[in-house]
Design a protein around this ligand. Structure first.
Ligand code: ADP
Ligand code: MG
Ligand code: MG
Length: 887
């Protein structure tokens, strides 16, 4: 078993084994870029360590060997008294988890070697600064001393000196800091800071492995759906020093703007700084353009390397670098995270630059990103009070009450309030609050700060570095430069696309992407990028996309969004409002005549509904589902009505109304069901009250005939819900066919109306071959099929116990949100296969929430369904994912 690999041995495709950081350090090493040498302890080692609860056999020897060759390459020994080799010990998992795990710099310094470093570098200040950083990082992350003890002590020294910048501390001050830090470690761990360099390194490696299982790392993985069992690699790398003086520094950069996708590099640089100083917002950074002024040579080298990296990876890269006395060193690269807007724009720009093909561009964006782009933006024409302008770190328009700590954010969000988390800067402990908030606002840090990186990853709106805000987290308020104060609970609005912060709630307006889908001609780079990607996805996809729509307005909008018909037109909404009274009449009718009269009153209204929808979808299929929900849903609530009747009786009231309510109550009692979702609904209604489906069938046939009379092209399809037995379908089908035949006869025309069924009960899936005999098409109702398959009441279970199910890993996403492919999906697959045994050309679709869920769309495509149907706003998402599924 090999546990350790030299940087020169790996490459970028070995993320499983070496972690993302290690694999890319290896790639850069082999590209000949200036990377400080080092080695990677594999993720396999971490898995073995976590499983065995200790370091695996043979590891120590391998580390010794690789350390020896590193020492040889550097011509120095780790922690040597005269000329110490120092190393960083860096975590790096397969998927990047920014700031979630530990890294320790300057390992190898101790009371002796700090002197050697000072002598060799001719800078005592630099050596002491490096030592205090080691004590601080090692104390916090390896020895678990509360990190604030160190930062508070450092602040106290700065305060005593009357400065805010650590650059003003001289060697004498730092000597004091080092002593204080060592004392803190002694006091809080009961032992001295380990002086043995190898022991430091071994403890740091162990700490990195342990950091895989911290609470915040687990929470991040759950949020990002990163598997729990991957483990992290550890990279041990020779140190280079950005804290050598003003001719040194440390920076982070992107090869394009990760927020907008605009061409041209983007980054932050900080002189005389090491490691996390840049992202921690300790001092204000400068742009790369300013860096060119400071150190033209290093800047040029950096531009060259960024160019090379982008061409090599054929994607936007994110890098970390350090300049040591005028020499540039690369410390990290990876394909950079980006906003949805940037993803679309970069993909298309790279096609135009000849870096990738259109197929790949489509694969580089996702339906979820598209969905985010369809959210509204702040209305630019609305009255608004600008409080400040920060950086546009992660787009979106978020409105909420200002809160200043994670606990409050979580608590208020849990009671249903929208909150904006306001911080000076965020750190990994703020993750819970960031998850709970609608948006994040910070007063410090750039687009590469922790807040920005994490918010972009989660798709949260974020404005960072709004420096004119004086944030007082203890006092739970912030003060704007001109004096206005915003306190906890005050509503603010933040625009992550412009960086603006407004007082109060700003109204929102449609996104350009939606306006594009609506058919507006826009000269907008994002709209054009989306248009090109969608056209290519449409050209590639096999699966058709329909919409769920019950009104002509929804139907028309969905059609503009690219829907190829209606897959589910629910009729229950057509029985509400003023029509509820007619339904009530139907239910309480004493005799056949009463029933017929009620149905006759409903017929023209239903016909009108269908005519309008068929018109909106002229030429495209419209699947109309016959009435599905239990009838009591159209009647007053049993308890309410009982109370009303009882009170009226007590008062001795005997008005016509009172009598009516009393009579109604007996019907409500009669229809009351303990398990209505398993009761008198769907096809069962059609069998119990045959007139109902007869009326609906006639309304559909007449509407189609009316449309034909005006030269329309109606393509109605009638869908029978909740069928479990072929006999049920036969009975209803006969009723419907008779109505269609009658209308054909009366009008002297031929109607094409398919009659099919929903498959939403396990029994129907099992007997689909028989059911197909009487069905012209199938549509899987995966909401009910999930409910019936798992035996989950979908109205109750999610809030009742799903969080426990997530914790135990029973599933990682609600099966109502993303199809349970193995179980419920298995029934869909089987039902489709069985149906097509009987009718090879059987048209099969899916309606329900899953029709617009990216993962589910890929599954439905893979098992050969003809179409999915989803809500109008998900139609573009499904189109895109159906394209991605075949590419
Ligand atoms: P993270 O995964 O949290 O970004 P890293 O392992 O990348 O942690 O370390 C954080 C920072 O520490 C890096 O961006 C870099 O600035 C600094 N760093 C790490 N290794 C070295 C090194 N060998 N020499 C100089 N700086 C280093
Ligand atoms: Mg890093
Ligand atoms: Mg259903």
């Amino acid at each position: 078993m090999t546990w350790v690999y030299d940087f020169a041995e790996g490459n970028k495709d070995q993320k499983d084994l070496l972690g993302g950081k290690g694999a890319n350090l290896a790639e850069m090493t082999n590209l000949g870029l200036p990377v400080p040498p080092g080695f990677t302890i594999s993720t396999e080692t971490c898995r073995a360590y976590l499983a065995e609860g200790g370091m695996p056999d043979g590891l120590a020897e391998e580390v010794t060997e690789h350390l020896a060759s590193l020492e040889e390459a550097m011509g120095k020994k780790l922690g040597d008294a005269d000329d110490p080799l120092l190393v960083s010990v860096r975590s790096g998992a397969k998927f990047s988890m920014p700031g979630m795990m530990e890294t320790v710099l300057n390992v190898g310094l101790n009371d002796t070697s700090v002197g050697g470093l000072a002598a060799r570098s001719e800078s005592e200040r630099f050596a002491l600064d490096s030592y205090r950083r080691l004590l601080q990082m090692f104390g916090g992350t390896v020895l678990h001393v509360e990190s604030e003890l160190f930062s508070d002590a450092l602040d106290a020294v700065k305060k005593a000196k009357g400065t805010e910048s650590d650059l003003d501390l001289d060697a004498e001050d730092l000597k004091g800091v080092v002593e204080t830090f060592k004392a803190i470690i002694k006091e809080h761990t009961g032992r001295d800071f380990p002086q043995d360099p190898r022991e430091q390194m071994d403890l740091a490696i162990r700490a990195v492995f342990d950091s895989w299982n911290t609470d915040r790392a687990r929470l991040y993985r759950r949020q990002e759906r990163i598997p729990e069992d991957l483990g992290t690699a550890v990279n041990v790398q020779a140190m280079v020093f950005g804290n050598f003086g003003m001719d040194s520094g440390s920076g982070v950069a992107f090869t394009r703007d990760p927020a907008s996708g605009a061409q041209g590099e983007y980054g932050d640089y900080l002189q005389n700084a090491q490691g996390e100083d840049v992202v921690a917002g300790i001092r204000n950074t400068v742009s790369l353009a300013d860096m060119a002024e400071i150190d033209a040579q290093s800047h040029d080298d950096l531009m060259d390397i960024m160019n090379r990296l982008e061409r090599h990876y054929r994607d936007m890269c994110d890098i970390e670098f350090t300049v040591e006395r005028g020499k540039l060193w690369m410390l990290q690269t990876r394909v950079g995270k980006r906003t949805p807007e940037a993803a679309f724009r970069i993909a298309v720009h790279m096609v135009d630059e000849g870096l990738i093909q259109m197929d790949e561009a489509v694969l580089r964006v996702t339906g979820e990103q598209l969905a985010l782009l369809m959210f509204p933006r702040f209305d630019e024409d609305a009255e608004r009070t600008l409080l400040a302008k920060g950086m546009n770190a992660s787009p979106g328009a978020a409105v909420g009450k200002a809160v200043f700590d994670s606990d409050t954010a979580v608590e208020w969000a849990a009671r249903g309030e929208d909150v904006i988390l306001v911080r000076k800067e965020t750190n990994p402990d703020d993750l819970r609050g960031m998850v709970a908030a609608r948006g994040i606002l910070t007063s410090r840090g750039g687009k590469t700060s922790h807040a920005a990186v994490v918010a972009r990853g989660m798709g949260r709106t974020c404005v960072c570095g709004a420096e004119s805000l004086d944030v007082d987290t203890k006092g739970k308020q912030f003060v704007v430069r001109d004096g206005e104060t915003i306190s906890e609970g005050d509503v603010i609005s933040i625009d992550g696309s412009t960086g603006e912060v407004f007082a109060g709630a700003v109204p929102v307006a449609d996104s350009v992407v939606v306006r594009h889908f609506e058919g507006e001609r826009l000269d907008d780079d994002l709209a054009l990028a989306v248009a090109r990607i969608m056209a290519h996805a449409d050209g590639a996809r096999r699966l058709r996309v329909r919409t769920n729509a019950d009104t002509p307005e929804d139907a028309a909008r969905a059609r503009r969004f690219g829907a190829q018909g209606i897959g589910l037109c629910r009729t229950e909404h057509m029985f509400l409002g003023e029509r509820r009274e007619l339904v009530e009449k139907l239910i309480v009718a004493e005799d056949e005549d009463g029933v017929e009269a009620a149905l006759a009153a409903l017929l023209p209204l239903q016909k009108q509904d269908f005519t309008e929808i068929l018109e909106a979808m002229d030429g495209l299929p419209v699947t109309i589902r016959l009435l599905d929900p239990p009838l009591h849903e159209f009647l007053p609530d049993l308890t309410d009505l009982s109370v009303e009747v009882a009170l009226a009786e007590e008062r001795g009231e005997d008005s016509e109304h009172a009598q009516h309510q009393k009579a109604l109550l007996s019907h409500v009692r009669r229809l009351h069901e303990t398990n209505p979702m398993l009761g008198l609904r769907g096809v069962r209604l059609g069998i119990q009250i045959p007139g109902l489906f007869r009326m609906q069938g006639r309304a559909i046939a007449e509407a189609a005939a009316d449309r034909m009379a005006v030269h329309g092209a109606p393509r109605p399809e009638i869908m029978v819900p909740l069928v479990a037995s072929v006999r049920e379908l036969e009975i209803v089908r006969a009723v419907l066919e008779q109505q269609i035949a009658e209308v054909e006869e009366e009008r002297g025309i031929k109607l094409e109306i398919a009659i099919g069924t929903m498959i939403e009960l396990p029994r129907a899936a099992f007997l689909a071959d028989r059911i197909a005999r009487d069905a012209d098409f199938f549509s899987f109702g995966t909401n009910d099929l999930t409910q019936m398959g798992w035996g989950f009441s979908r109205d109750d279970v999610e809030s009742a116990f799903f969080s426990r199910y997530f914790e135990h890993g029973i599933f990682d996403v609600s099966p109502f949100e993303s199809l349970d492919q193995r179980g419920v999906g298995g029934m869909v697959e089987m039902g489709t296969a069985k149906g097509r045994e009987t009718k090879p050309d059987l048209k099969v679709g899916v309606c329900g929430e899953h029709g617009g869920d990216p993962r589910s769309v890929h599954f439905f495509d893979d098992i050969g369904l003809n179409y999915v149907s989803c809500s109008p706003f998900r139609v573009p998402v499904a189109r895109l994912e159906a394209g991605r599924s075949v590419l």
